[in-house]
Design a protein around this ligand. Sequence first.
Ligand code: AP5
Length: 225
Amino acid sequence: MAVVVLLGPPGAGKGTQAPVLAEHLAVPILGSGDLLRAAVAANTALGREADQYMSRGQLVPDPTIVRVFLDRLEQPDATRGAILDGFPRTRVQAEALDTALAEAGRRVDAAILVDVPTEDLIARMASRRICVANGHVYNLASNPPLVAGVCDLDGSELVQREDDREETVRARMQQQIPPLLDVVDHYRSSAVLRTVDGRLPIDDVSTAVVAAVDADGAVPGGGVA
Ligand code: AP5
C-alpha cells in the first residue's frame, strides 16, 4: 500500500508526473482539481460552490474539499494506495489527511515537491492545453500534441483551462503558494518530504520523481535504491 502526495505550485507539473508514478506503483491517481472540474462540468452542488473559488484562483474552503477528497480516498480502488495530486493544499487538509489515514492504519509514505520558480510558471500555464475527454495535459511549447488541437491519447479536442487566463494564474500564485509552504513544512517535519527540480525537461523530472519514491524503500511497491 503506497500513499504518495504530489506537491507543487500551480503549473509545476504535478498532473504531468502523476501518471508516471501511478504506473510505477500500480495505484490510481486522485486529483483534487480533476474531481472539482468534473463537479463543475456536471453542475452539481459541489461544482457550483467550487466554481466560485476556482474561477477567482482561490482555494475551495477546507471543510468542503476535505469531505469530498477523503470520501474519494475511501473508494475501493484506493485501498491499495494512491497518488494524491493537489491534496492536501493547506495545513488543515494535511492534518485531516493524516488523521483519516491513521484511522485506517495508513500514512503518507512520501510527499514529493515538484519545485519550479513562480516566474517560470506564468509562461508555462499560458501555453498549457488539456483534452476535454480526460484532462490529458499538453504544452504548446514543451509538450505539444502530434496533431495540433487533438489529444494523442483519446482524439478529443484540446482546450485552455478557464483558470489559465493570466490574471487568474497570478491570483492562484499569490493565494496558493503561502499555504503550500505550510504543507511543505508539515511533510518536512515528518521526514517524508523529497524535492525534485521541476525546471528540468519532463522526462528528467519523471526519472527524478520515480527515484524519489524508490529511494531508501520508503514507499511500499517502489524499488529500493
Ligand atoms: P488543480 O487542477 O490541482 O491545479 P493546480 O495545483 O493549480 O495545478 P495545475 O493543474 O495548474 O498544475 P500542475 O502542477 O498539475 O501542472 P501540469 O502537469 O498541468 O486545481 C485547480 C483549482 O481547484 C485550484 O486553483 C483550486 O481553486 C481548486 N483546488 C484543487 N485542489 C484543492 C484543494 N486541495 N483545496 C482547495 N482548493 C483546491 O503542467 C503545467 C504545464 O506545464 C503543462 O502545459 C505541462 O505540459 C507543462 N509542463 C509540465 N512539466 C514541465 C516541465 N518539466 N518542463 C516544461 N513544461 C512542463
